[in-house]
Design a protein around this ligand. Structure first.
Ligand SMILES: [Zn+2]
Length: 279
């Protein structure tokens, strides 16, 4: 590379040469690629057009680069913000789910067609609540029921136990036998009867109650109009009985105003509530 002053001169000479002395141009041109940039720094007046153009080009290039960079940044920010939003959504979902997911998990694991799985009560735990021995409950539930029935009797209300503890075989007949008779598919049948292994009646804590004065309404939704139901609605909680399938229950089982379960001791509470995540 030539010294700055020489380069400047040569660049200047070149311009002059182009006009007045074309003979030297080839010699100068050889050095131009290296020399001109240096000369430009020293003296913009040497080649103003080139300076302006190159500065303009440089400026535009810079602006372009900045715009491009800005564009990329915006794009990157957008890309980042979208995953961030979906991430935060996922986080909020996972923070809200822990309260719901154990319930959902246990329900999914232990339900079929909307019914929870229940083990059959041990025979030794059962005791009859009617004279012919056809209806049985677990001892604690039986005692509470008989006290409740006596209390109702004192107020002129006749509670009649229709069905208590059921074996898997009993339920098998009710679910599959009745279903076939009625021509119902399993899902339909499950709304009015639990599949074997999934009936609260297996627990020995649950019974169906009728009104002795209106047997025609046994196991009917219209049982809710009987004095037996009206009495139970008010008084059953005092005897630790509750309705298992009220109207619009979360299990999706049909309303059963006649079907009551005992929740008056730890074992019964655990049976109906522990695995479901209910509060
Ligand atoms: Zn029932």
């Amino acid at each position: 590379m030539l010294p700055v002053k020489q380069a400047l001169n040569r660049a200047g000479v070149k311009r002059l040469d182009k006009v007045s002395a074309p003979d030297n141009s080839s010699d100068v041109t050889k050095h131009l690629p290296d020399d001109i940039p240096v000369a430009l720094r020293d003296s913009p007046s040497v080649a103003p057009a080139t300076v302006d153009r190159s500065m303009l080009v440089a400026g535009l290039t810079t602006l372009g680069a900045i715009a491009l960079a800005a564009g990329i940044l915006v794009a990157v920010q957008l890309q980042r913000s979208q995953p961030a939003q979906s991430n935060s959504a996922a986080v909020s979902a996972s923070t809200t789910n822990p309260t719901a997911s154990p319930t959902a998990a246990s329900v999914n694991a232990d339900t079929m067609l909307g019914h929870f799985r229940y083990p059959e009560a041990p025979l030794a735990e059962l005791t009859p609540i009617v004279s012919d021995g056809s209806v049985k409950l677990r001892k604690a539930a039986a005692k509470a029921y008989q006290e409740m029935q006596a209390a109702a009797q004192q107020e002129g209300v006749s509670l009649v136990p229709l069905s208590g503890f059921r074996t898997l075989t009993d339920q098998d007949y009710l679910f599959f036998g009745k279903k076939a008779e009625r021509g119902q598919v399993a899902a339909e049948r499950a709304k009015v009867s639990a599949p074997p292994g999934y009936s609260e009646h297996h627990t020995g804590y649950t019974l169906d109650i009728g009104d002795g004065a209106v047997p025609a309404l046994n196991l009917s939704p219209d049982f809710e109009n009987t004095s037996a139901y009206k009495w139970l609605k008010v008084n059953a909680p005092f005897h630790s009985f509750e309705l298992s399938f009220p109207k619009n229950n979360k299990q999706g089982v049909n309303y059963e105003p006649w079907h009551w379960r005992f929740v008056g001791d730890r074992a019964s509470l655990e049976t109906f509530y522990k695995a479901r995540g209910k509060k």
